[in-house]
Write a protein that binds this ligand. Structure first.
Ligand code: SF4
Length: 517
């Protein structure tokens, strides 16, 4: 019984930017008795069904965007006589659909870190259960990934998770509902140990793949003080101190290392935190700007963001501390107007945002928006014989790009406007102007290359309705990605040791770290 782990994707680029962490964490969770899992990441190359034999177990992780391809892989694996197990956010939300469409013998809901060995043991005994509840695993129990199984020369960045969950409640986001609002922070020593392992293998760029790297804001502390809630205040302070501890340890790692994370805009008001980020060489952060107007922010329950000039100031604060922002903007909010496209592109450039992504409002399952949309705009509507409220079951080339009627713009206007902003933000002259955030010519060229790659991978393959354009873009991205990879990886440091202060910290606190060797 061989174990296979598959990350499904409709498009393969040969080289990928970020290591898909879940594959290597589940590989670590696989007991040695079941051998080394075969890992297939379809963002690199399509899955080869011939590798699967009757009696094997095929684990497939899906989110809504790749669910349909995941079902295809599940069907193929089952037809070859394999046992099929699905996990991931989409499986957690729709276990019945996964069984019906993906040929699943079993579905894992929630975190797979601890329950995966039980799943495999049951399959080996011939007694699998239809559903396994993985729940929300404590930060202390997060597993380190099996980075020893990475294929050579395929990925640009390593990825490590330091915290799961987000205390916010944005209406378009499912993270706070699926991962919970209580931040589950991982031990500093476990995080650093894993990063050291990645650097030993030549990864100097590492994504801190967190839901929200800034789980405690100054506002949260002030509110707890006002409410004289001593226990809450103590818990928040502990979480915050652990963040500073982590950043202090990151600062001790080899000087060529660079980190990137995801954070809320409130961090811009916390100079002490930003300064610690600078020292830790956290050089980039994805910030969910979403909308440049107060009405737009209200529409997505994101009132804690700023709009207009205050927004420009906040975004510039990141840059002043050496943190480059990847701003994420949403188009198609009911409050948007035709002028919103230019206003957003202008603001992104003026605020010194280094990279940006422009997405069309999509109701994702598990979100507040989805529940509302499913009960109203999508009720009774079908496309290609599929209920609109199950749009992910429509082949991706025929899937609508806009899901709700807009009061002022047609779906095509929103799609064209979004494509226009991508084109405008990533035109050569604008990228070159933004590249002055780095010093050397080599760094400026790297900035240019990665900007073009980002656009090819995410704009042209996600927004375009023209399949020839998608194919061309995937081909260009394949070539660009191969060239870009050389700029990110470096000479391995196989003998790199953990920082001495970390060893002392671990000894003094007697931290229980789950280590997979
Ligand atoms: S969008 Fe970001 S801040 Fe809002 S709930 Fe999701 S993870 Fe948290």
């Amino acid at each position: 019984m061989r174990v296979h782990l598959v990350n499904p994707s409709d498009v393969s680029f040969g080289t990928a930017v970020i290591t898909p962490r879940w594959l290597y964490v589940l590989a670590a969770a696989t007991p040695r008795a079941f051998g080394t899992p075969a890992i297939a990441d379809e963002t690199l190359e399509p899955f080869d069904p011939d590798t699967v034999e009757a009696g094997d177990v095929v684990g497939i992780g899906i989110h809504t965007g790749n669910a349909l391809r995941g079902y295809e892989v599940g069907g193929i694996a089952r037809a070859r006589g394999a046992y099929v197990v699905f996990g991931g956010i989409h499986s957690t939300l729709y276990p019945d659909e996964v069984r019906e469409r993906g040929g699943a013998h079993a579905v894992v809901r929630g975190d797979g870190d601890l329950i995966w060995p039980d799943v495999l043991t049951d399959f080996a005994a011939g007694t699998p259960r239809p559903v396994y509840e993985g729940g929300k695993v404590d930060g202390e129990s997060f597993l380190s990934a099996r980075w020893d199984l990475l294929p050579e020369g395929k990925y640009m960045w390593g990825s490590v998770q330091t915290v799961r969950g987000c205390p916010k409640h944005c209406s378009f986001c499912s993270v706070w509902r699926t991962d919970g609002q209580k931040p589950r922070q991982r031990h500093v020593a476990a995080v650093i140990r894993e990063i050291v392992e990645l650097r030993r293998r030549g990864f100097r760029f590492v994504l801190l793949a967190d839901d929200n790297f800034y789980p405690v804001t100054l506002g949260d502390l002030a509110a707890a003080e006002r409410q004289a809630s001593q226990s809450r205040l103590a818990a928040l302070r502990t979480l915050r101190e652990e963040r500073f501890e982590l950043m202090a340890r990151l600062a001790e790692l080899p000087g060529d290392m660079v980190f990137y994370t995801q954070i809320t805009m409130e961090a811009a008001e916390d100079p002490e935190f930003l300064e610690a980020m600078r020292r830790a060489r956290i050089r980039g952060a994805l910030v969910g700007v979403e909308s440049v107007t107060p009405e737009g922010l209200k529409a997505v329950f994101k009132n804690f963001n700023d709009a207009g000039e205050a927004l420009v100031t906040r975004l510039q604060a990141f840059r002043a501390h050496g943190v480059h922002v990847l701003g994420s903007f949403i188009f198609g909010l009911p409050t948007d107007q035709p002028s919103t496209f230019d206003a957003t592109a202008d603001l992104a450039q003026r605020a010194g945002v280094s990279f940006a992504q422009f997405v069309m409002l999509t109701p994702f399952p598990g979100t507040v928006d989805f529940a509302r949309w499913e009960a109203t705009a999508a009720a009774g509507v079908t496309r290609k014989g599929v209920p609109l409220s199950r749009y992910w079951l429509i082949p991706s080339a025929q899937r609508p790009k806009v899901y709700s009627p807009h009061p002022l713009m047609s779906a095509e206007q929103i799609r064209e406007g979004t494509q226009y902003v991508w084109d405008r933000f990533y035109r050569l002259a604008a990228i070159w102007q933004r590249s002055d955030c780095v010093r050397s010519m080599r760094s400026r060229l790297a900035f240019l290359l990665i900007s073009k790659l980002y656009r090819q991978m995410y704009a042209n393959t996600g927004i375009a309705t023209d399949s020839a354009r998608v194919t061309r873009s995937a081909r260009r991205a394949r070539w660009l990605a191969k060239a870009a990879r050389r700029l990110f990886v470096t000479t391995p440091m196989p003998d790199l040791q953990e920082p001495a202060s970390l060893r002392e910290l671990r000894d003094s606190k007697r931290l229980a770290i789950r280590v997979v060797t």
